[in-house]
Write a protein that binds this ligand. Structure first.
Ligand code: NDP
Ligand code: 8X3
Length: 251
């Protein structure tokens, strides 16, 4: 029987690349996000590979909507083998004294509370079946705090703490818990961070070659294809031109 992967935030970037990757590997997939038209077109694309694709269309900040979407799944689809907690964003890049409360709330509600809501829905099934793999998308920002990164970095530090806590608490149930922590990846991330300002977003990647979403999907493939007794705790994946959150080399 094909295994099922649930990916939050599959409408673009890393989540979309991961959805394409896992379906190519033969997994069935549940894809989530707010932009339903993008979910529909991805579903049509992936179904040509002969796998089952299910859409869950909700805003992960809305706990009730997330629970409702989960409850609407047929029972057999609630048996999740791999949960990729990917939905997330940075909103704004301001010093702490100038930050926007709405941006802060959006990041905390998506990156931390959304991840917890989805995990809380999926974990009981994994505990019951005594198997599963949770992969949380963290960031280099989960290890380092950089200027104007304050709250975004805090959310990814929280993701790292939650990942470690999950790994400990789920030990008796044969559930693998990993995180993947990329540096710069050229997705919609920077456009979202700068509220649609393309000039600012493009400047992030100027003069260097960032990772692309498929590079991250390749790393996720490595994680999910290890033997049963091997867990990748974390993978810090950087562009060659980025030594840390702060040190880059630009031509
Ligand atoms: P994208 O903006 O391309 O993708 C973000 C995804 O998250 C989209 O599918 C979006 O779907 C979904 N999402 C965002 N907010 C919500 C919400 N409220 N409800 C449901 N879904 C939501 O960025 P990336 O692919 O780069 O980001 C994916 C993850 O990778 C994030 O957690 C990010 O923090 C992390 N990351 C990114 C890095 C980068 O440099 N790009 C580096 C390190 C980590 P929709 O808008 O349709 O709801
Ligand atoms: C995204 C990478 O360096 O902008 O998590 O924080 S960074």
């Amino acid at each position: 029987m094909k295994k099922t992967v649930l990916i939050t935030g599959a409408t673009s970037g890393i989540g979309k690349a991961a959805a394409i990757k896992v379906t190519t590997l033969g997994y069935n997939v549940i894809i989530t996000g707010r932009r339903n038209e993008l979910l529909q077109s991805l579903k049509s694309e992936l179904e040509t590979l002969g796998v089952n694709v299910t859409i869950m269309n909700f805003d992960i900040r809305n706990r009730e909507a997330t629970i409702k979407a989960w409850d609407a799944l047929p029972c057999h689809l609630k048996k999740i083998d791999i949960l990729l907690n990917n939905a997330g964003l940075a909103a704004g890049a301001e010093p702490i004294d100038k930050g926007d409360w709405n941006d802060w709330e959006q990041m905390i509600d998506t990156n931390v509370k959304g991840l917890l809501t989805m995990s809380q829905l999926v974990i009981p099934g994994m505990v019951e079946q005594k198997s599963g793999h949770i992969i949380n998308v963290s960031s280099v920002a989960g290890f380092e705090t950089y200027a104007n990164g304050n709250v975004y970095c805090a959310t990814k530090h929280a993701v790292n703490a939650i990942t470690k806590g999950m790994r400990i608490d789920l030990l008796p149930y044969n559930i693998k818990v990993s995180s993947i922590s990329p540096g710069m990846v050229n997705t919609e991330f920077s456009t979202v961070r700068y509220h649609g300002d393309k000039m600012k977003a493009d400047a992030v990647y100027k003069g260097l070659t960032p990772l692309n979403a498929n590079d991250v999907a390749d790393a996720i493939e490595f994680m999910i294809t290890r033997p049963a007794h091997v867990n990748v705790n974390d993978m810090l994946l950087m562009p060659t031109a980025q030594a840390s959150a702060i040190y880059n080399y630009r031509e």
